[in-house]
Every structure is written in C-alpha cells, then in structure tokens.
Design a protein around this ligand. Structure first.
Ligand code: NAD
Length: 487
C-alpha cells in the first residue's frame, strides 16, 4: 500500500474541541508545513474564559458520567475500544500528524500511532489492578492508604511527537479516573483534536477530554494557573517548565510532572562493538532529525577508537533519505520551522568559528522546506554552544577521553540529566558507569526506548520532575490519602 498523500487533500479538524463539540475559531498563529514551507492553516489562541469553560465542562462530565467512581473495568473497556478505533483510523491520524509536523507518514503509522494505541491499552489495564494499600499497625488499629483521582488534569504537549505525547498524558490521567484539559503545541494541533474525537466515538463521556488550542503565554498560562485544575502534566522545554512553576507558585501550590529538555551523552569505549555503536549513535541523533528530547547529541569516545567511529558515523549520516513527511519513502524529516533551522545553523557556525571541525554535514539541505544535514562536529571546545545547548536538530558533537573518570566528567551536564548511552563489552564497566551517570534513563549497548512502556521516563536535575510511562505515570495521576482507624 502506498502511504504517500497530497497535503492539500487533508481535511483538518477546525478549532477547539470542548464537551464533545468543535468550537470553530479563526486567526491566531499561522502554520507553515515544515516539508515545503507553505502556509496551510491557523491555530487559534484560546483565552482564559475558554480554558475556564473547558475546565467546568470537564468537572461536569466527571460528575455526570461517574468516570471516577464506576467499576474500574468499565474504564478499561472504554479505553480499549478507543485504542481499537485509533488503530482502525491510523492512516487518518498519521496524515494529520504528518501534514503539520516533522513525522514522516510511514513512521507515524508504524510507530507514533501504533505506540499511542498500545500505551492507552497499557494504562487502561492499570485501572483495575493498581490500588491502595493496607499497612502494618497495632492489632487495635487499621491503617490504609486510599488513592483517588485529582479531578481535572491540565496537560500541555510539545510539537516533536504530537500524538504520542498526547497519549503519554491522556492514557494514565484517564485510566486513573481523571478528566483532562489538554493544550497541544500551537504548531501541531490537529492529530490531538482527532484523537479526542475518536475517544468520544469509542464511548468515553463527552467532556472528559477537552482540547483547547493556543500558545504558551495565553492558553498555557491559563491552564497552569486555573484553580480547579488539580495536577499539571507538562512536556516541553526547561524554560517553559520554569515559567510554569513560577505561574503556579503565583496562585498557590499544585503537583506537577515536568518532562523537560536534555543534552544526552553517548559514551563509547574502545572495547565496544563498533558497528553496533555507530548504528546506535547515528540513529540517536538523526531520528526525527534530532528533534527528540533524548537525542544523543554528545558523542564521547575513547581516544583510540575516535577516528574509525567518526568515519563510520559520517558514512551512515550520508545515507539518509530526506523527503517530505507525506512521501512514503521519507526516512529523514525536516526541521519544524524557519526559526528553528536558523537557530541550528547559528549554533553550528558559532562552534565552527570557535575551532570545531565539520566532519559531516554542516549546512542546510538544498530543497524547499526546512531541511538540515546530519552534522558531526569534532574538536569542539567544552564551552562551545554545540556542546552546552540543547540544539534540537541533527547535530552531534564528538569529544574524546582517555579514562572512565574523564568520560564521566565530560558526560556530566550542569543543567540537564535526561538520558545517556553507554557502549562497552565489559559488563562491570557498564554497571559502574551507569551508576555514576546523572540521568533519568541509561541505555547500554542500545539507544532508545523499547515498546514495553513499563520503564518510566523522566529527567534528573533541570530535565524534569516525576515520570511519564510505567506504573509511576499512573500513580502520579492519583493522590494518596492515609486513613487510620481505632477499632
Ligand atoms: P516548548 O516548551 O516551547 O513548548 C511545549 C509546550 O508548552 C507547547 O504546547 C507550548 O505552547 C507550551 N508552553 C510554552 N510556554 C509555556 C508556558 N509559559 N506555560 C504553559 N505552556 C507553555 O517546547 P517545544 O519547542 O514544543 O518542544 C521541544 C522541547 O520539549 C525540548 O526542550 C524537548 O527536550 C522537550 N521535550 C521533552 C520530552 C521529555 O520527555 N523530557 C519529550 C519531548 C520534548
């Protein structure tokens, strides 16, 4: 089956989606297709009043439907029906994703949409298996921990994996008995709206998922600052995470999970399987053109292996297949925006001006849209912006080390601690290094998540607070109440 499509043929859901109804709206942010730079739609900006309406709708839907108080298996069944529909409508979802974002349609079907359905099933199944606890007490007492949903969860997602990020938020929040007000990125709103429409078609109560479109300063702020939103679930940049904490602190205190930025190291020792390391390191920086929170953007390689590994990575980088996201054969996607590609070019140029050596790429790809070559920079200074800043593009820096201690010293980033890769055949060394790395996730002789969803994901330091995925994400969507009874 040829998955290619004409972007002009895609019918976009219009406006916000509140209480199971579209709310047409015009104006707002002009959207340009990253694949060809053509302006194709607007994203309206929902204001404080609209956010309040969405929150009140969510509260009313919770009350009317009994979503939080029903037999948990009813939630499980409804969410399975939703996952079935997501799978049945994979092509439509993937087109909505591909037209606006950097996700190639084939990858969107095979990975993003499929994973979203899997995760909704994964979290649904927790609804009737995860519970509270009876705790040891004196014989004359009974102590227990009850868990309860928060009510309305406020979720905000980024543009780099729009539908998958919406799944990360909606799956655990709904399974745990909450309603959700979700704001997708203003650059990629459509697949998320459609996802919510499918939920209602699957029988989830109208108003349980409300999608308010808009930007960070207006809509995002209105969500995080709303007094009736019990919990915030955010994925995006560290800068926006800081702003959210400040905004919440302005009105009070609220629990939040924050999945933020990273600048993840990939450490290759000379005893590693070099073909495997070259494959994984290359994939770790070219996947979604480096626009991945866990992009392995800093290669740290033992000095004796550096030359051969750099050549192997450069060869693999040359094999990419750039193309529009609506072409089935595309392997390497565009950068999200003109602004973002200009930033990538600026950081590469600044690093080169400081003495970095371009070992692969280093320039835009000559075609319409926003495409940047996979780039390998050697001889980078430790304070070069390519080493210190989260670039969110296909730019890999290479630094060399002579000892385990030096590798760990280089791996340490003052701000971020999201993920890391370690490549070695020496299991003892792998474990020693893993224990000493400051990161929320470490992959050994691989780079990237599996599709099991059970391992939680989240950052150390300014890469975040709390976890998405795993049991931890479900538990984060319920609050604990300690009860002690004198018998
Ligand atoms: P961003 O922070 O600019 O925007 C993310 C979302 O937050 C958008 O919906 C945006 O409108 C909203 N937003 C921005 N400012 C806000 C504010 N003050 N209050 C409320 N909402 C606000 O990030 P982006 O450019 O969309 O995404 C890229 C970033 O996301 C990178 O830093 C990347 O590392 C991070 N990310 C992290 C993870 C993770 O799991 N840790 C996953 C994906 C992306």
């Amino acid at each position: 089956m040829d998955l290619s499509f004409d972007p002009a043929d895609v019918s976009l859901p219009s406006g916000h989606y509140i209480g199971g109804r579209h709310r047409p709206a015009t104006g707002g942010v002009t959207l340009y297709r990253p694949s060809d730079g053509v302006a194709f739609a607007d994203c309206p900006i929902g204001d404080e009043n609209l956010v309040d309406e969405a929150v009140q709708t969510a509260l009313a839907a919770l009350k009317a439907s009994g979503w939080a108080s029903c037999r948990p298996r009813e939630r499980v069944n409804a969410m399975h029906r939703w996952a079935d529909l997501i799978e049945a409508e994979a092509e439509t979802l993937a087109r909505l994703e591909a037209v606006a974002s950097t996700r190639p349609v084939a990858q969107a079907i095979e990975a993003d949409v499929a994973i979203t359905a899997e995760q909704i099933r994964f979290f649904a199944e927790m609804a009737d298996k995860e519970g509270g606890d009876l705790v040891p007490t004196a014989e004359s007492q009974m102590g227990m921990i009850l868990t309860e949903p928060y009510g309305v969860v406020g979720a905000i997602t980024p543009w780099n994996f729009p539908i998958a990020m919406a799944g990360w938020k909606l799956g655990p929040a709904l399974a745990a008995g909450n309603a959700v007000v979700l704001k997708p990125s203003e650059m990629t709103p459509f697949s998320t709206v459609y996802l919510a429409m499918l939920a209602e078609r699957a029988g989830l109560p109208a108003g349980l998922i409300n999608i308010v479109l808009g930007d960070g300063p207006t809509t995002g702020n209105a969500i995080t600052g709303h007094p009736d939103i019990g919990k915030i679930s955010f994925t995006g940049s560290t800068r926006a995470g800081q702003a959210i904490m400040a905004n919440v602190a302005r009105i009070g205190v609220k629990p939040m999970t924050l999945e933020l930025g990273g600048k993840s190291p990939q450490i290759v020792f000379a005893d590693a399987d070099m073909d495997l390391a070259a494959d994984c390191v290359t994939r770790g920086i070219i996947a979604n053109a480096g626009q991945v929170c866990v992009a392995g953007s800093r290669l740290l390689v033992e000095e004796s292996a550096a030359e051969a590994l750099a050549a192997a990575i450069a060869r693999r980088m040359a094999e990419i297949r750039p193309g529009a996201t609506w072409e089935a054969e595309t392997g390497f996607p565009p950068i999200i925006s003109q602004r973002q590609i200009a930033r990538i070019a600026e950081i590469v140029q600044a690093s080169v001006a400081q003495g970095a050596k371009v070992m692969a790429g280093g320039a835009r790809i000559d075609r319409s849209g926003y495409f940047y070559q996979p780039t390998l920079l050697g001889e980078v200074r430790a304070d070069s912006p390519a080493v210190t800043e989260e670039i969110f593009g296909p730019v890999l820096t290479m630094q060399t080390f002579r000892s385990e201690d030096e590798a760990l010293m280089l791996a340490r980033h003052p701000t971020y601690g999201l993920a890391a890769g370690v490549y070695t055949r020496d299991l003892s060394r792998a474990m020693r290094v893993t224990k000493r790395i400051e990161a929320g996730t470490v992959w050994v002789n691989r780079y990237g998540r599996s599709r099991d969803h059970i391992l939680p994901t989240g950052g150390y330091k300014s890469s975040g607070i709390g976890k998405d995925l795993g049991r931890e994400a479900y538990r984060a969507n319920r609050r604990q109440k300690s009860v002690l009874i004198d018998l």
